[in-house]
Design a binder for this molecule. Structure first.
Ligand code: ADP
Ligand code: MG
Length: 368
């Protein structure tokens, strides 16, 4: 089911003085898995609840919500054919796993309710899909957090919703279980072919799971794009900073050279104060400076866990610590240790013109 939002806004509070959503438009295609990503308070939950019909959008401007061709703007939540998963599992504690999943079906009005044999078949199929068949007779208290959330997923799918809405569904779980549940969601989504919208403040989760990500801040949509496009071509500094670690290089450009304290970098930029941004993988480390880059740094911390080594760097001319990710081979070649002095070499950098200007913070190198 495709979803079309047009001119949807939301104010809260007496007299509606608090704007939670500025008027926005959003188109979600049939079968897409969309991540709503943004910091706390950016309006993600509000947007999700409006799609669900749990919250009404402002009357002015006059907005519209379409599910496919159907105008659902004034439709009650129970008539929108939506499944929900929330952060807190909200399972019925006095019911078994089986009964939790079957619940939505068993309480349907008699005329719409499928026959008992079909309910049983459907519930078993769902439990099989989330691999909880063996635990069908357990109670929620006898399950781990990850298992409970799989029951929630199965329960929300029992009514065959057109649209599945998830609000920070994995937020309360530890990192490893969260990884696993992402794969579950992706798998169920692809197999059952519904449209999903999930809220997260975790950029890694959004980038890994979504077909497209909607980046929000302050009640507005900053950018809508595929994970690759977002990462490669962020449309503004907010998006760039929100999507990953950022190193800043501030300095004064004159005649094609940016300087800050004893640091120097050739850049093709007009004269004036400049603020460059680099991702950790865009910072190479070498024992020597080059013609184009003289950026002395010292190593303050090393974390060799993972596919790459994370190296924290400091220098007088830097406004804050830098993070560089280097390959294990380079880590060994350079024999990196804490306190070591070496040189940073930017492979690539970014600049956003709307950024506020800040000065070079370096103190002059001490004499002697
Ligand atoms: P997010 O899910 O991105 O953290 P929310 O949609 O929950 O953001 O909130 C957006 C803004 O609206 C926040 O400033 C929040 O305080 C406010 N807000 C959310 N729900 C209500 C409510 N029921 N009453 C008043 N203000 C609310
Ligand atoms: Mg929220």
């Amino acid at each position: 089911m495709s979803i079309h939002l047009e001119n949807i806004a939301k104010h809260y509070g007496r007299g509606g003085q608090h704007q939670a959503l500025a008027p926005l438009d959003l188109d979600i295609r049939q079968g897409e898995l969309i991540g709503l990503l943004g910091p706390s308070g950016s309006g993600k939950t509000t947007l999700l609840r409006i799609i669900a019909g749990l919250e009404a959008p402002d009357r002015q401007p006059k907005g519209r919500i379409l599910f496919g061709e159907r105008d659902v703007t004034h439709l009650h939540v129970r008539d929108r054919r939506i499944g929900f998963v929330f952060q807190h599992y909200a399972l019925f504690r006095h019911m078994t796993v089986y009964d939790n999943v079957a619940f939505g079906l068993t309480v349907m009005p008699r005329r719409q309710r499928p026959p008992g044999s079909e309910i049983r078949a459907r519930v078993h199929r769902l439990l099989e899909m989330v691999q909880l068949e063996q635990l069908a007779n357990r109670y929620p208290a006898q399950l781990s957090g990850g298992q409970q959330q799989r029951v929630s997923l199965a329960r929300s799918l029992a009514l065959r919703p057109d649209v599945l809405l998830l609000d920070e569904p994995f937020g309360a779980l530890d990192a490893k279980v969260r990884q696993e549940l992402r794969r579950w969601l992706r798998h169920l989504h692809d197999e059952l072919n519904f449209t999903s919208v999930f809220v997260t403040h975790d950029q890694e989760e959004a980038l890994e799971l979504s077909d497209r990500v909607v980046v929000m801040s302050d009640g507005r949509i900053e950018q809508i794009d595929t994970p690759e496009a977002l990462y490669r071509a962020p449309s503004n500094r907010f998006v760039f900073e929100f999507l990953g670690d950022v190193n800043q290089l501030e300095g004064e450009v004159r005649d094609g050279v940016l300087t800050c304290g004893d640091a120097r970098l050739d850049v093709e930029l007009p004269d004036g104060p400049r603020n460059l941004l680099l991702r950790p993988h865009e910072v190479a480390l070498e024992a020597e400076p080059s013609e184009a880059a003289h950026l002395p740094v010292s190593v303050t911390a090393i974390s060799p866990v993972g596919a790459e080594v994370r190296v924290e760097l400091a220098a007088d001319w830097l406004p804050g610590p830098w993070l560089a990710t280097v390959r294990h081979a380079d880590f060994e070649r350079l024999a990196l240790t804490r306190g070591q002095r070496l040189f940073a070499h930017p492979r690539h950098w970014h600049r956003f013109t709307a950024a506020s200007h800040s000065e070079c913070h370096a103190t002059a190198p001490m004499a002697g």
